[in-house]
Design a protein around this ligand. Structure first.
Ligand SMILES: C[S@@+](CC[C@H](N)C(=O)[O-])C[C@H]1O[C@@H](n2cnc3c(N)ncnc32)[C@H](O)[C@@H]1O
Length: 282
């Protein structure tokens, strides 16, 4: 039996398997070997290195990477970051923003679960002699009390977990990790933005000539967006199904306040809906 899921089940089969084995630990599987196979098989999409590696060319195109400089300028102005501030780039990926912040002289910690992305980020930092701390960690467990002046979470890197309590854990960790008066910028597709701009199907050609196709549908009464991502090229097709939790502005504000943030500001940009939040000053 394979330890890694190398072929991907059609969604219906996957759902059926998930329903049959509901819960992340199956009490029926008593043998440790079987539990290992079960864990590997039942990993969520965001825990699959193969997912992030397959779609890296679609996520981090040369064009998107080139936008990071302007985005960082906008973030510095929006958050009124002072020179030498200590920043957390939560879910930093290959480090588009971490690198750019470090070029501006900020003290940056980039956190991500995907080893290959962090290696790429580290290599880029080394080649420019930039001193950035990259940490391999799950966003649910990374916490550094009172360490950062600001934190960002960019490019829809929030709302991945099956259990919304995990999203709460992430914002609680952020509230703990920010100094009093610190700010958190979340770049996400809010429910309102999705309702206005929803597009069921999209496709584009990657820089390397492969094709990226996306098919999305809203499920669970607007709680989640389920998206099939396909990469077609070089004689193969790879397919994954993602589920991301959708938050309305009011829901996100309530979540952040419950975690200890004092104030939430929302703004809609041309390509995203960033939200600036200040944690409690007391
Ligand atoms: C859409 S990418 C965004 C990357 C980066 N923020 C950017 O704007 O280029 C999402 C990132 O979240 C990371 N990620 C996914 N699940 C995670 C988790 N549970 N803990 C930490 N990082 C996670 C992925 O490895 C990936 O780098």
């Amino acid at each position: 039996m394979p330890l890694r899921r190398t072929t991907y089940l059609p969604t219906a089969a996957w759902d059926e398997t998930a329903a049959r084995c509901s819960g992340n630990r199956n009490p029926v599987l008593s043998a440790p070997g079987l539990q290992l196979v079960y864990d590997a098989y039942m990993r969520s999409w965001y825990e699959e290195d193969a997912f992030w590696e397959t779609f890296a060319p679609s996520l981090f195109t040369a064009e998107r990477t080139s936008h990071a400089a302007a985005e960082v300028e906008a973030i510095i102005a929006l958050l009124q970051l002072q020179p030498g501030a200590r920043l957390l780039d939560l879910c930093c990926g290959p480090g588009r923003h971490s690198l750019e912040f470090a070029r501006h002289g900020f003290l940056v910690t980039g956190v991500d679960r995907t080893g290959s992305y962090l290696e790429q980020a580290q290599q880029s930092a080394r080649s420019e002699q930039l001193n950035i701390e990259f940490v391999k960690s799950d966003m649910r467990s990374f916490v550094r009390p009172d360490m950062f002046d600001a934190a960002i979470n960019f490019l829809t890197s929030f709302g991945y977990f099956e259990n919304p309590a995990d999203d709460f854990k992430v914002v609680q960790n952020l509230a703990t990790s920010l100094r009093v008066g610190g700010k958190f910028l979340l770049d996400a597709n809010g429910k309102e933005v999705v309702a206005r701009n929803f597009q069921g199907r999209k496709w584009c050609r990657n820089d390397d000539g492969t094709f990226f196709l996306e098919e999305a549908r809203i499920i669970d009464g607007w709680d989640l967006v389920e998206t099939k991502w396909l990469l077609i090229g070089a004689g193969t097709t790879k397919e994954f199904t993602l589920r991301v939790r959708l938050y309305a502005a009011s829901e996100l504000t309530a979540l952040l306040k419950r975690a200890g943030f004092r104030e939430a500001q929302l703004s809609v940009m041309s390509t995203a809906a960033p939200m600036m939040i200040r944690p409690s000053g007391s």
